[in-house]
Design a binder for this molecule. Structure first.
Ligand code: FAD
Length: 289
């Protein structure tokens, strides 16, 4: 089923994200993680695309497994920054041959030292979206950044380019992780003002270790509120306590979003079914409201 249609349903939609293994060794483990996550009745499961495209086959295979074997809708991420247009076309055709109906179209981070754009490559996500549309009726999602994209100094420009991207045929947006919901509400206000009216899925990342937090800052430059930092300061050395606190913090964000009328939430559970289960266990009655 196309995600554009899933998002039209009246009910609350909770989706999860997994990432493919870098080597074949971890493959079975990830299939099992997906099996557990699928029991939580997600709206869909998204599968990331390794920077550089080296694991593109794994993304396609896992997305096909989720859809065809587990009976849950899947969303395959696709980046274009490190590939030629021809290579990207091959991946799109490959996804199509597996029956994948949903693609999250991304540019990808520019690898350090790589020429940008690569010869005969796409420069921005909107060009990839234009290409995907030539290959069939996919439901296309794209990324957005409540705190602004790290490369763009000016938030106004960032929203201008986001609008350009959406106008190329995007059905829904998923946000980068954020830890202060007010930033998200402010962002929603600004993009609606700019004429972007498609569904926006807030991306919630349960942070369960200090290493994970440092990596998040490195990747996205996101701001951590004082309340989060106190939690890390007090429980960061104790993995079990930090896991509980991180799940409670993410749950609190989700409840606040739902209480403020948000209907679709994407959780970056990153191959950890136990984290997904605990969060869902905390909101069983809430999501029925
Ligand atoms: P774009 O929309 O192309 O934007 C990139 C930058 O260019 C922005 O600063 C934008 O303002 C600017 N820009 C856009 N259009 C123009 C224009 N016409 N002229 C000038 N400037 C312009 N990375 C992965 O490698 N694999 C994944 O699976 C993955 N999944 C992600 C999922 C989500 C929900 C998010 C939020 C990010 C994900 N990323 C992933 C990271 C993403 O690839 C990076 O953030 C990347 O740097 C930007 O990708 P984009 O598609 O948003 O790019």
């Amino acid at each position: 089923m196309k995600i554009r249609n899933i998002l039209k349903r009246e009910n609350i939609n909770i989706s999860f994200e997994v990432f493919p293994p870098k080597t074949e060794v971890g493959y079975e483990k990830i299939l099992n993680a997906n099996k557990e996550i699928s029991k939580l009745n997600p709206a869909f499961i998204s599968v990331t695309y390794g920077a550089g495209g080296g694991t593109s086959k794994n993304t396609a295979n896992i997305a096909a497994y989720i859809k065809n074997e587990l009976g849950v809708e899947s969303l395959a991420h696709l980046t274009c920054v490190s590939s030629t247009k021809e290579e990207v076309r091959e991946v799109i055709q490959h996804l199509k041959s597996f029956g994948i109906e949903n693609i999250l179209a991304l540019r990808g981070d520019i690898p350090k030292g790589q020429a940008f754009p690569v010869a005969a490559g796409f420069r921005y996500a909107y060009e990839l979206i234009e290409e995907i549309k030539k290959h069939g009726d996919f439901s296309i999602g794209a990324a957005c950044y409540p705190e602004g994209h790290v490369e763009n100094k000016h938030k106004v420009d960032d929203i201008h380019y986001l609008k350009q991207k959406v106008d190329c045929g995007v059905d829904f947006l998923t946000t980068q992780m954020f830890f202060d919901n007010d930033i998200h509400y402010n962002f929603l206000y600004r993009i609606r003002e700019a004429g972007i009216t498609i569904p926006v899925l807030p991306g919630i990342m349960p942070i369960i270790s200090e290493i994970q937090m440092k990596r998040s800052i490195e990747l996205s430059g996101t701001v951590f509120p004082r309340r989060f930092l106190s939690m890390l300061d007090r429980f960061g050395d104790n993995p079990n306590a930090m896991m509980e606190a991180g799940i409670a913090y993410a749950t609190d964000q989700i409840i606040d979003l739902l209480a403020n009328g948000v209907k679709n939430i994407h959780i970056y559970t990153m191959n950890r079914p136990q984290v997904a289960e605990k969060i869902m266990g905390n909101i069983t009655e809430i999501i029925k409201c």
